[in-house]
Unconditional design. Structure first.
Length: 433
């Protein structure tokens, strides 16, 4: 395969996160390569459903040195538009991307890292893992008890309702993915039941402004990982129930219920032909309503402090989530003609190629704000609440990449892992350029 190639930094993944890091490394004159198993924006090309639009408005897709310059800042990009946007970014920053280069293993090598690929090895003094937080759909263990004859599908396999058998669909999970797919499948004429666990409710528009506008302005998205009480918990919070549509409509459980979709509690088990739901639906919904109202309180406080009163509509609250008095705790899948179960139960990264002792017992990467302390000179990007609440969003990559690129430069300049500056000394919340 030829001689090893060398770079000061080897970045794995050419999604927006790897590219944002590439730009920040270039700004600091750090020679680097970005290794990508497919094409730039591969996840958006190969793992998303047809109708998906970003749930963040166009103005919010800000990357270092790049932003939205179209005439619809409040619109929501379709998947092909996201691909074009990320492609254009890679071109604008002349990112040194090696496409169709799959990383097959990463191991320690001297003071750096050997990154083996299907097109030869790279040696990096430092390493940035930007391979994505959502490579694999999480499927709960209960799926193993699904009766034969019922198709099990994940959101990464799902494209549109045409691929589904006629008959009922059980959507497990009611976060952004679950509610969007439940609504779409229901509109295709198939009866849909949604199993609802913990979820985060928010209106699309509040007081005349997009909820993301409020969360951005009020500093909610900038909340730092070392400022929250329980970061482990914060990193597990499900995605907000939101959808991006031209009508800017809210999609929550009340909307689904009004459409005729059945709501049930968390899927607790499957016994022969019967799905068993927990009795927690009412509590889960009450909790989500409470948390939504807390968010709206924060927004109202910020609006008052900022003197916005009069420029925006007055504060108000939304109807609580409506739940049946005693929703059924069982569903006979055969009798209800359920033909498909869609597991909208979250995503997780794939580190099967990572030969470094940096994973915990559950296979999660140990890191401190993106600094992989057990592997000096190694960093990770794009994970949920990595350094800020917005870290996993397109809009979060810039500030994180700036911080971590500073840390990386300090690390290799000192040439001594033990002396690397702590990232907290680079805390200055560098502005996205
Ligand atoms: C359904 C869905 C909807 C989302 N909607 C929004 C939204 O509206 N707004 C928003 O801001 N964010 C959204 N996100 C979150 C986030 O923006 C995306 O997950 C985004 O793709 C993450 O970018 P990334 O660069 O971190 O990872 P990815 O885009 O996944 O990029 C990682 C890259 O690494 C490559 N790679 C992985 N393994 C290897 C390997 N072994 N060798 C070489 N290359 C490898 C992959 O091919 C991929 O191109 C959404 C996520 C999902 C799943």
């Amino acid at each position: 395969m030829g001689a090893d190639r060398k770079a000061t930094a080897v970045v794995i993944g050419a999604g927006h996160a790897g590219l944002a890091m590439s730009r920040c490394l270039a700004d600091r004159a750090v020679d680097h390569v970005v290794l990508e198993r497919g094409e730039v924006a591969n996840s958006w090309r190969t793992e998303r459903w047809d109708s998906l639009r970003l749930l963040t408005p166009n103005w919010q897709s800000r990357l270092p040195g790049f932003g939205y310059d179209g005439d619809d800042p409040d619109g929501f990009r379709s998947v092909p538009e996201v691909v074009s946007f990320i492609d254009a970014y890679a071109e604008a920053i002349s990112a040194p991307v090696e496409t169709n280069t799959k990383v097959t293993s990463v191991s320690a090598d001297g003071g750096g890292y050997r990154v083996a690929t299907d097109r030869g090895d790279w040696i990096g003094k430092t390493l940035v893992i930007a391979s994505g937080a959502c490579n694999l759909a999480h499927i709960p263990k209960v799926a193993e008890s699904l009766p034969s004859g019922i198709v099990s599908l994940t959101p990464t396999q799902y494209r549109n309702p045409d691929q589904l058998a006629d008959g009922g669909v059980l959507v497990v999970g009611a976060s952004a993915t679950g509610i969007q797919l439940a609504a779409e499948i229901h509109r295709s004429g198939r009866p849909v039941t949604v199993s609802v666990g913990e979820h985060v409710r928010a209106p699309r528009v509040y007081r005349g402004k997009d909820i993301q506008w409020w969360m951005d302005k009020a500093g909610v998205q900038d909340e730092r990982y070392d400022e929250v009480d329980d970061i482990a918990r914060a990193r597990k919070v499900p995605s907000i129930q939101l959808v991006g549509t031209p009508e800017r409509s809210t999609l929550d459980l009340n909307t689904l219920r009004a459409m005729g979709i059945q709501l049930r509690g968390r899927l607790a088990g499957i016994r022969e032909e019967t799905a068993l739901f927990s009795g927690s639906l009412r509590n889960q919904c009450a909790l989500a309503d409470l948390k939504m109202n807390r968010l709206l309180d924060t927004i109202d406080d910020w609006a008052d402090e900022s003197g916005l009163y009069g420029d925006v509509a007055p504060p108000h609250r939304f109807d609580p989530t409506e739940v049946d008095d005693s929703p059924p705790l069982m569903m006979n899948l055969a009798k209800e003609n359920i033909k498909t179960v869609l597991w909208a139960t979250g995503f997780r990264p794939d580190y099967s190629w990572l030969d470094l002792p940096v994973l915990d017992r559950k296979g999660r990467l140990n890191h401190d704000g993106g600094v992989i302390t057990q592997a000096p000179g190694a960093y990770v990007m794009g994970l949920q609440f990595l350094r800020r609440r917005k870290s996993a969003l397109i809009d979060g990559a810039g500030a994180d990449a700036n911080d971590l690129a500073d840390h990386l430069v300090a690390y290799f300049k000192k040439g001594d892992a033990g002396k690397a500056d702590d990232v907290s000394s680079h805390r200055g919340d560098a502005a996205v350029r």
